[in-house]
Design a protein around this ligand. Structure first.
Ligand SMILES: *[C@@H]1O[C@H](CO)[C@@H](O)[C@H](O)[C@H]1NC(C)=O
Length: 333
């Protein structure tokens, strides 16, 4: 102990500094953008599913079949995954057979052979988080696209995907026996500050008529996990400032819609991709809680320049709840 620094100790330090420098520079870069074409009539439709990868168990396969039916009906353009893509502990690596067993071999309907846009959930961070971000998975199944945070621009609507797990203090302070793969996150403070800045500036410069933010954790929820205070305090002010229309998440294993008089943002939870029926629901103002269904299901979105419709389904394809909003057309002569 206390021996003077030698060359052999300084060199690794130097490398670490260089690597840290490049990491911080790359995290300052803008969020990666993807272009999603509209249908010829200028509309767009998609499905949203969360908390799903369980090798078909817990009704995952039944949800998948019904997604195929509704996907066909709506002629969907893509699928959004709100995270917790692979249970219990994400993927072990790019060669984990769970990728086929829980994704490729489950969502087999022709209508689901579209682009999937996925974020990571907290369970994904319990495995090799970077494996899910690896383009090798896209080579294995061309539908797969998962990044920590990114933007999908579809002209009339822009989707801002936000990596929410690193916001949650509990995972760092009291991980309750779980280990998380925070390799790409640290230093956490910088990561979160850069992410919030990137989301803020991306929303600021967006010209899209509709703005939708997608994350794994709920901002408002009456479910098992409930409100995520960190997002309420740090992310919501940014979303409010830029008139975001909806925040879509998973995490609570339910189908849920909260609409409050304090905010124009609609809070939509689609976390019913497999294991559900927790049965616990917190007290919530019934005027705000437009839907709370703690069984399996999924959501659809249908959008035009002037109208957005969101529909929630159970595993039989029954409509649980529907919500729509209109905006006047600016482009009309
Ligand atoms: C599967 O779905 C049915 C219908 O909603 C439900 O009754 C059943 O409990 C579900 N099974 C599991 C394992 O969640």
């Amino acid at each position: 102990m206390g021996s003077p620094p030698t060359k052999s100790r300084i060199l690794p330090l130097l490398f670490a500094t260089i690597i840290l420098y490049f990491c911080s520079v790359s995290s300052l870069a803008e969020l990666q953008r993807f272009q999603q074409p509209l249908k010829p009539d200028g509309s767009l439709s998609f499905l949203v599913i969360g908390d799903w990868g369980r090798r078909g168990l817990f009704n995952q396969s039944e949800v998948a079949v019904q997604m195929g039916v509704i996907g066909e009906e709506l002629n969907i353009d893509f699928v959004i995954s709100t995270g917790d893509n692979f249970y219990e502990d994400g993927l072990t690596g790019v060669d984990d057979p769970a990728f086929y067993e829980s994704f490729t071999n489950i969502y087999t309907a022709p209508s689901l052979q579209k682009q999937w846009y996925s974020v990571l959930g907290n369970h994904d961070y319990r495995g090799d988080a970077e494996a899910q971000l690896n383009p090798i998975l896209t080579e294995k199944d061309s539908r797969w696209l998962c990044l920590r945070s990114f933007i999908v621009n579809a002209e009339i609507v822009e989707f801002f995907f936000v990596d929410t797990s690193p916001f949650v203090n509990e995972y760092f302070i009291n991980p309750a026996g779980h280990s998380y793969d925070w390799k790409g996150i640290s230093p956490r403070k910088n990561y979160l500050a850069n992410l919030l800045k990137d989301v803020d500036s991306a929303l600021e410069s967006s010209n899209a008529k509709w703005k939708i933010v997608v994350g794994h954790h709920a901002i408002l929820s009456a479910g098992h996990h409930g409100i995520t205070e960190e997002l309420l305090n740090q992310l919501v002010p940014i979303l409010e400032k830029h008139n975001v229309d909806a925040y879509i998440n998973g995490h609570d294993h339910c189908m849920e819609h909260i609409s409050t008089s304090h905010s124009k943002i609609q809070f939509l939870t689609s976390g019913g991709g497999s294991k559900a029926w927790r049965g616990d629901i917190r007290n919530w103002n019934p005027e705000e809680l437009k839907l709370y269904y703690d069984g399996q299901g999924f959501m659809s979105g249908q959008m035009t320049d002037t109208k957005a419709v969101f529909v929630f389904y159970d595993i039989f394809g029954n409509v649980l709840h529907q919500w729509s909003i209109s905006k006047v057309s600016h482009s009309a002569a």
